[in-house]
Design a protein around this ligand. Structure first.
Ligand code: GTP
Ligand code: MG
Length: 555
């Protein structure tokens, strides 16, 4: 316990012993540290939204001289941060220290005139750097250093993981490789801010907030950008009318229902994005969906965007996942590994269908961590008990209250390793009574299924709904079979220790890397991985064993 306290302190968190009753009963009180991980969800949101409002996105020539570029822009004011990245060309994100710099920048920026074409004179914060000469902007032969905005191919990941020394390190390495970078998160907030400028034509006081994996701590580089048009902050919305005397109110258009109102707002904003939004292409209005949305690609950032409105419950889900992910580093590591494993075996897909979604899978990991003998995560009901008055939240009649302050949460002293947890995750769901039981993170216990969907995961904030209603029996069976196969593989010594070839650079997949391997035929040569039919588990395992033996012989 004392060692763990020291580790927490050295990791930047202050730690306080609140009770100690033998090795299994130690309780820790982790006191807030200064990192984003322990700031409340809304504090992080507000900070990043404000930074994004002071930022611009500039398309630059490929070999832009960074120094000259910065010196040119700094005539408008001090620059806090700047980074370059590649996406159909080179782009720079520039964050000024003060918002006033943007006024100065806009004053000196021209609207292009293009022969035989007309332009919409919309002054956005997406700009292009032009050099009419004779300024030498070349950077010798080299381009400015670019921050990666996408992750590596799974084959490269498998090779990278195979070089690690333990399964714990493999899991950590996968998380570090896949997680969003600070720059990528800034870019996501900037894209929301650029869209807000469009929506602000109708609703000057609106906010567009990212939600889902862009902000819940479980986002992988390259994941979509889910956005929420927030009209709640418009002043006067919650203003109480005086009981006596004169007062004014706005005349407004009425719509038949809240859903109809959301649909017409999204329809109009979607039209503006399509007609006037620089860089926004392939706009589709999907207004009849359960949650109406506008989908488009934002080319300069490379993000696939989904814009929704009036989607406060999803925002709360994102906050809850952020909180759970920030409580213990093993949570995010396990979620990243399970999500990657599921994607590698087509358990999840980028196309909507009868498969398990990333969101459902994440809730399944959280539930598993609540079900440990010494729980790693508290139940949602417990988080509700810890809530303060400001945390109170009721959305459409559903109580979505839970604590936002990390410092109020006491964690139990579970010291299981990532390797143990991964192994036990597969065993847990390989033998779970899916036919009878529902997964419920509010109670932290399985409950009798209220209806007969193959997979039942209670929606944490809308208890009458099943998050995984779309999943059919075949997809669930595939998931269970794969869990069993993976649990079995992790029990075999051949798979769970680095084999002797590793040291000589002959890295046959082992441990987590072996679990990500798609099929026998590709084990020998990781390159050339193709879509394939799944082979029977025994064949897959036989092939993996042979490949390990071969690589040991060669080394
Ligand atoms: P990615 O696959 O990385 O995009 O993960 P994601 O968490 O962003 O999932 P997705 O883009 O599908 O959905 C965005 C957010 O909407 C999720 O994080 C949830 O908050 C919410 N959400 C998605 N699917 C469901 C669902 O079936 N039920 C409920 N209640 N919320 C959902
Ligand atoms: Mg998403």
């Amino acid at each position: 316990f004392h060692q763990l306290s020291r580790w927490l302190v050295s990791d930047g968190a202050a730690c306080e012993e609140v009770g100690y009753g033998g090795p299994r009963l130690a309780w820790l009180h982790v006191v807030c540290d200064s990192k984003d991980g322990n700031k409340s969800f809304y504090t992080v949101q507000e900070e990043k939204i404000e930074q994004a409002e002071r930022s611009v996105l500039i398309s630059c020539p490929a070999k832009t001289n960074e120094k000259k570029f910065l010196s040119y822009l700094s005539r408008h004011g001090d620059i806090n941060k700047c980074f370059f990245y590649e996406s159909y060309g080179t782009y720079a994100v520039v964050e000024f220290s003060n918002k006033e710099s943007l006024t100065s920048l806009h004053e000196g920026t021209a609207i292009p005139s293009i022969n035989h074409e007309a332009t919409v004179p919309f002054k956005s914060r997406l700009l292009s750097l032009r050099n009419a000469g004779p300024v030498d902007m070349s950077n010798g032969q080299s381009a400015p250093p670019c921050q990666p905005q996408t992750t590596i191919h799974i084959n490269e990941l498998i090779q990278r993981l195979s070089k690690e020394a333990s399964i714990d390190q493999q899991i950590s390495s996968l998380t570090e490789t896949y997680q969003l970078t600070e720059e990528n998160v800034c870019l996501r907030f900037l894209v929301c801010s650029l869209l807000k400028d469009i929506a602000a034509a109708y609703f000057p006081e609106c906010t567009i907030r990212p939600f889902g994996s862009s902000v819940n701590g479980f986002g992988k580089l390259g994941c979509d950008l889910d956005m929420f048009l927030d009209l709640d902050g418009i002043s006067g919305r919650n203003l109480k009318r005086p009981k006596a005397g004169l007062s004014l109110e706005y005349q407004t258009k009425r719509s038949a229902s809240e859903r109809a109102g959301t649909q017409s707002i999204l329809s109009v904003i979607g039209e503006c994005v399509d007609q006037f939004g620089p860089g926004c292409v392939g706009v589709q209005k999907i207004l009849q969906a359960r949650c109406p949305l506008v989908r488009f690609a934002h080319q300069p950032s490379g993000f696939q965007c989904d814009l929704t409105a009036n989607n406060r419950v999803a925002m709360k889900s994102s906050e809850l996942l952020y909180l759970y992910g920030g409580l213990d580093r093993r949570v995010r590591c396990l979620v990243f590994s399970v999500r990657c494993w599921a994607r590698a075996h087509s358990i999840t897909s980028s196309i909507p269908g009868a498969w398990i979604s990333n969101f459902s899978l994440t809730v399944m990991v959280l539930f598993f961590l609540q079900r440990r003998t010494i729980p790693i995560l508290p139940t949602l009901d417990h988080l509700k008990e810890l809530a303060g008055p400001l945390d109170k939240s009721v959305i459409e009649g559903n109580d979505c209250t839970f604590v936002s302050d990390f410092t109020k949460i006491r964690l139990q002293d579970n010291t299981e390793t990532l390797e143990q947890l991964l192994q036990e995750f597969f065993e847990f769901y390989g033998t779970f009574a899916f036919n009878r039981m529902s997964i419920n993170i509010r109670k932290g216990r399985e409950q009798n299924k209220p209806e007969m969907s193959p997979l039942h995961i209670q929606n944490p904030f809308e208890p009458a709904l099943n998050v995984s209603k779309n999943v059919n029996g075949t997809q669930l069976e595939r998931f269970v079979a794969l869990c069993r196969e993976s649990a079995w593989m992790l029990q075999q010594r051949e798979f769970n220790v680095p084999h002797s070839g590793s040291a000589t650079g002959n890295n046959a997949p082992w441990g987590l890397a072996a679990l990500l391997m798609p099929s026998v035929s590709q084990v020998a040569g990781v390159k050339g991985r193709k879509k394939r039919k799944r082979e029977p588990a025994s064949e897959r395992i036989k092939g993996l064993l042979e490949s390990l033996k071969n690589s040991e012989v060669k080394s």
